[in-house]
Design a protein around this ligand. Sequence first.
Ligand code: SF4
Ligand code: SF4
Length: 188
Amino acid sequence: MTAATIEIETVGGALASEVKTRSGASPMNCYQCAKCSSGCPVADRADLKPHEVVRLVQMDQREAVLASRFIWECTSCQTCTTRCPQKVDLAAMNDALRAMSLSAGRAVRGTAVPVFNEIFLKSVQKRGRVYEMGLMAAFKLRTMRLFEDAAKAPAMLLKGKLPLFGPRVRGQAERKAMFRRAAQGGDQ
Ligand code: SF4
Ligand code: SF4
């Protein structure tokens, strides 16, 4: 027997509509079973649980969602998306909420995730693959976490996990165009 989803996605406020447009996820389909939260690896350490975030989106609580720590703690593991009986793509929803949080200047203080994301994407855009050594140096300088995890560096160097020279993959023009399309909302 195939499971049917209950379609109530046409109802909802401005926040739910924007999230739907940006992510393709349908927050209004959520009926609050909390199955997403029961499998989420960060639900117990963040300020909100996945089903609570969806509920806040349904209730048009823009400030509470965009300023939450949860949207930055999400690891995009997609466990919630896989488990949801209503096919609410919470992982995609969180991606959209992060972008909205950044453009609204509401990213929670004390999280380094936006800095990491920015450096990671710049590295991919420039080189085609991430350059771990460059990423690590830039991240540490930007966040002033200079000696955090420093003890792991020798072992990583020995195992070849931190190559001194970065990769250069062809297709930089195509990558630039792809990033430009993504910045404009994609599909253009
Ligand atoms: S699993 Fe799906 S339907 Fe259930 S609370 Fe989470 S998002 Fe809502
Ligand atoms: S994708 Fe994010 S919200 Fe979903 S289970 Fe993983 S960490 Fe939790």
